[in-house]
Design a protein around this ligand. Structure first.
Ligand code: 13P
Ligand code: SF4
Length: 301
């Protein structure tokens, strides 16, 4: 089947099955064409919480599809590729959180949504890159155990000096590979460009930036800013999204590819929806506890 026909068939199947297609900004551009909603982790969690479709097909990495299921136990959530797993979400375990709680009994646990359902269930509240500062600021406790992204944790600490952020460390291999040196070179090549970076980038990269944004916040910033050129410090798929939403502006990427995000293809989506494969299942006990942490996040932002 050629690509246009595949897109047509997927759209037909969505109608027949009352399915909604939630797509992360980093997905392949052809997947945008079948999306009902394209967004960042926070927007997608909100869209999942709101939908009245019976089936949610989640085009993104595992933790995003899991969050959709945590928020929608009565719905069928399909993830088109079980190997699309965010490596950062595998870097922290429930045992590590329990140890940290023992060591810092007064601290609250804030986990980035890039975590497993089990880790969310052990956390007090979740956050995304879009709301991490607001979530931590909303807490009355001074001591915060923050996991797993060390760069996001350091960014939150820089914005909230009165808090004591204790990092249970992990990182994103895509963002952590963006080095200040290559960003500086790109700035020399494009002196009129604004530098917009994701908070998963290293602190020395963040220091050089004109704006620090979640993926969807980048779209808003680039649309509203008078500049015509932007250097983008995040996963390279974001450039397609920015070009689509900001016609006439130029984007230069300093980030690499998230191989896990790109494991999702139109063929896999078609097969998943047609045969209702890739069902996301979460044990009820874990789901209920994880939902509390996600709900608390959604209430804050
Ligand atoms: P956003 O929530 O900003 O889309 O980020 C998700 C992510 O995985 C970044 O690498
Ligand atoms: Fe995970 Fe990084 Fe890929 Fe985002 S870009 S899904 S944090 S590996």
């Amino acid at each position: 089947m050629n690509q246009d026909k595949m897109i047509e068939e997927i759209i037909k199947l969505k109608k027949e099955k009352n399915a909604v297609m939630l797509v992360h900004n980093y997905q392949r551009p052809e997947i945008y064409k079948i999306a009902d909603f394209i967004g960042d982790s926070l927007e997608l969690a909100r869209a999942a919480a709101k939908t009245d479709a019976q089936i949610i097909v989640f085009c993104g990495v595992d933790f995003m599809a899991e969050s959709a299921k945590i928020l929608n136990p009565e719905k069928t959530v399909l993830h088109p590729e079980k190997l699309a797993v965010c490596p950062m979400a595998q870097m922290v375990t429930v045992e590590q959180i329990k140890e940290m709680r023992k060591k810092y009994p007064r601290a609250v646990v804030v986990s980035y949504v890039n975590t497993t359902a089990e880790v969310k269930a052990e956390s007090d509240v979740c956050c995304t890159s879009a709301n991490a500062v607001n979530v931590v600021a909303s807490l009355k406790e001074k001591e915060i155990i923050f996991t797993p992204d060390k760069n996001l944790a350091l960014y939150v600490q820089s914005k909230l000096p009165d808090k004591k952020i204790i990092i249970l460390e992990g990182y994103c291999y895509v963002h952590d590979k963006i080095l200040a040196e290559s960003v500086k070179k790109s700035k020399e090549l494009h002196p009129n460009a604004k530098l917009v970076v994701h908070p998963e980038c290293r602190p020395d990269v963040i220091k050089l930036a004109d704006a620090v944004c979640s993926t969807s916040q980048m779209i808003k910033y680039c649309k509203e800013n008078d500049a015509k050129e932007f250097i983008i410090g995040t996963e390279e798929g974001m450039i397609n999204r920015l070009k689509m939403d900001c016609p006439g502006k130029k984007f230069y990427c300093v980030g690499g590819t998230c191989l896990q995000m790109k494991k999702i293809t139109l063929e896999k989506i078609y097969d998943t929806l047609k045969n209702e494969k890739g069902k996301v299942e979460i044990k009820e006990k874990i789901r209920l506890k994880a939902k509390k942490a996600l709900d608390r996040m959604l209430e804050v932002s």
